[in-house]
Design a protein around this ligand. Structure first.
Ligand code: KG4
Ligand code: ZN
Length: 355
């Protein structure tokens, strides 16, 4: 099997990103360039991502970001083996911009196209960074997603648990807003929580001890809202509330992961399996530490990509492109963007390539 060099594009949310990655499965691969333009400033005034603004910003930024990615990698279009782009799930306007651009490049450069599931790219990032072999247990925690999956093979994912309401990153962002923290909420809430007492407020610990590995965070968010809106609440105790909220999230997440670890083992997982944590919330130091401790206690290896590869980026899209290109799994130019695209049954429209 030979190495592949893939240009990846990511435009599904509020990061416009392009990257060139070189390598072969199971990794690790080499990131030749990784350009991420965050639209934070465009959305900050609205306290969240505005889809129409995001799509326009992608259009404005993408061409020069692609050029920068090729220049940084010192690769010309002839040196690219395939063009990969996020085809979903995500904000449809943004996904259309990236996917259409990738199709145009594939057509102009006469290179194959790989349409990537954004969640799958998060799931495979540890192969790019650490060459982790299948199977592994994946905890995917981001602003839009909160899932526990068995990753058995490329394209074979088994869902153990998902959120019944908010994603964990969404809960962080909403609670941060209640506490008047600047956007984006998650990282700012973590910083504030470091200064607070996690035992100061008795908050609910959602789903603790429940059968199955599902998550729920809306009750916890409501409990925080009630405390903040109470007449006797003083904003000077907001660090304590942030710390207490984060402690509840950690208790809930570690409980759910412990259940999924047992499910994964019952399904015939290897003796020394890996727990992989991916998605933006994996950048949270307190959550990382708690999961490391749990993994240790349960006999799992823990694998967490570096923070800049946990949040949205195009290196992960390019890497997923490498994995599919190597297996000659390409997509035809008729493939459409998808706002929703669950990972557990990743259906691909694939073409076998000629060579
Ligand atoms: O994966 P990502 O960049 O975008 C998607 O949602 O796909 O994740 C962004 C989410 C946001 O909700 C953000 O607040 C959260 O990840 N996040 C964090 C931290 N850093 C990012 N949440 C808690 N603690 C953090 N340090
Ligand atoms: Zn993401």
């Amino acid at each position: 099997m030979r190495d592949f060099t893939v240009l990846g594009l990511e435009t599904s949310c509020d990061e416009t990103a392009a990257a060139v990655v070189h390598g072969r499965a199971p990794g690790p691969g080499t990131i030749l360039s990784n350009i991420v333009f965050s639209q934070l400033e465009e959305h900050a005034a609205f306290g969240g991502v505005v889809p129409e603004i995001a799509a326009r910003a992608h259009v404005e930024a993408l061409d020069s970001i692609i050029e920068a990615a090729l220049t940084d990698a010192a690769v010309s279009p002839t040196g690219i083996d395939a063009v990969a782009a996020t085809a979903g799930p995500g904000l449809i306007g943004g996904v259309m911009v990236g996917l259409t651009t990738a199709k145009a490049l594939a057509l102009a450069w006469e290179k194959p196209l790989v349409a990537i599931n954004h969640l799958e790219a998060h799931a495979l990032t540890v192969r790019l960074t650490g060459g982790v072999g299948f199977p592994y247990l994946l905890l995917l925690i981001s602003g839009g997603h909160c899932q526990l999956l068995g990753v058995h093979e490329l394209g074979q994912y088994e869902l153990y648990g998902t959120t019944v309401d908010d994603a964990v990153g969404e809960a962080f962002d909403k609670v941060a807003k209640l506490l008047d923290l600047p956007y984006p909420g998650g990282p700012n809430l973590e910083l504030l929580a470091r200064k607070g007492n996690p035992k100061a407020f008795g908050l609910p610990r959602p789903m603790l001890g429940r059968e199955g590995a599902n998550f729920s965070f809306s009750g916890l968010k409501t409990a925080v809202r009630q405390i903040v809106r109470a007449p006797d609440f003083c904003m000077s105790s907001k660090a304590d509330l942030a710390a207490s909220f984060q402690a509840s999230v950690i208790a809930s997440v570690t409980d759910r992961v412990a259940v999924a670890m047992d499910m994964f083992r019952a399904n015939g997982a290897p003796g020394d399996p890996a727990l992989v944590v991916a998605g933006g919330v994996a950048a949270n130091g307190a959550i990382r530490a708690a999961l490391s401790q749990l993994a240790n206690a349960k006999g799992f290896q823990i694998e967490i990509p570096p923070p800049q590869l946990c949040t949205d980026n195009a290196a992960m899209i390019a890497w997923a492109g490498v994995e599919y290109a190597q297996r000659r799994r390409f997509d035809d130019l008729g493939i459409g963007p998808r706002a929703r695209w669950p990972l557990a049954n990743t259906q691909r429209r694939s073409l076998e390539s000629a060579d």
